[in-house]
Design a protein around this ligand. Structure first.
Ligand code: ADP
Ligand code: MG
Length: 233
């Protein structure tokens, strides 16, 4: 045991560290409410996927997480379960924001969040994407929403107009972060993150791990826990 070994093991510029949690085979072993447990079994989710088993306990504790896992590994519920569990449905303010690269993905995520949100009463999930008129979105926002899923450009538009308020945001999720950066959304995303409360939790999901992702993580996450799933089920 010596100094150099410590440095080579963790790296000096790399804040994240690999967090090994024994694979859990049941949602019952995760710290979830009974209503979420029964909702998951109604949805036919009997076992957590690996990225879910590793991410959910951290997300529920409020940790920042950067998770790398392939398409189809269940990343939506990996962040969605914690988003729903953590929100106060009686507080009609945006508590969770999910940024997605495309409208199609945002619609899919919103659909999953609505299913997961059956564990609570009266949770409103709103999608805000470009390519459609902004007026009706402003109308929907005026009625309030607990969870918002959208594409970066349109979220930025609403922040500029003052039609979306992030003062009560608890968690921001970058879904398919690598794809969003490939599409040129880096500056828009950083603008949104700069406007989110400093105390928020930031969860990043990516299929690959380019430098731009690491850089965004080190700039906008606090002591992020690195979750990597190598073997997919
Ligand atoms: P990713 O975002 O990693 O590509 P998704 O979140 O879209 O993956 O999930 C892929 C599919 O797996 C979806 O149809 C989802 O409903 C399903 N799924 C997710 N988690 C579970 C689970 N624990 N048990 C069974 N099916 C699941
Ligand atoms: Mg996904």
């Amino acid at each position: 045991w010596n100094h150099s070994r410590k440095h080579s093991a963790w790296g000096s510029d790399w804040k994240a560290f690999v967090y090994w949690i024994p694979y859990m085979s049941s949602f019952n072993e995760l710290p979830l409410s009974r209503s979420m447990q029964s909702n998951l079994s109604q949805l036919g989710y009997s076992e957590p996927t690996q990225v879910q088993a590793k991410t959910i306990p951290l997300a529920i504790k409020g940790k920042d997480v950067i998770a790398m896992a392939k398409t189809g590994s269940g990343k939506t519920a990996a962040f969605g379960i914690g988003l729903v569990e953590g929100l106060n449905a009686r507080h009609f303010a945006c508590q969770g924001l999910v940024l997605c690269p495309t409208r199609e993905l945002a619609d899919q995520v919103a659909k999953s969040l609505r299913q997961l949100a059956r564990a609570k009463q009266n949770v409103k999930v709103l999608t805000l994407c470009g390519g459609v008129a902004i007026g009706p979105q402003i109308g929907s926002l005026s009625h309030g929403a607990h969870l918002i899923v959208g594409t970066p450009g349109r979220i930025q538009d609403h922040l500029r107009k003052g039609t979306l308020n992030l003062d009560h945001l608890r968690t921001v999720v970058l879904d398919e972060a690598d794809r969003m950066l490939d599409m040129g959304f880096r500056e828009v995303i950083t603008d949104i993150l700069e406007q989110a409360p400093a105390s928020r939790q930031t969860l990043m999901f990516s299929a690959t791990w380019p430098d731009a992702i690491r850089q965004m993580s080190s700039n906008y996450q606090r002591e992020p826990v690195d979750v990597r799933v190598v073997d997919q089920e």
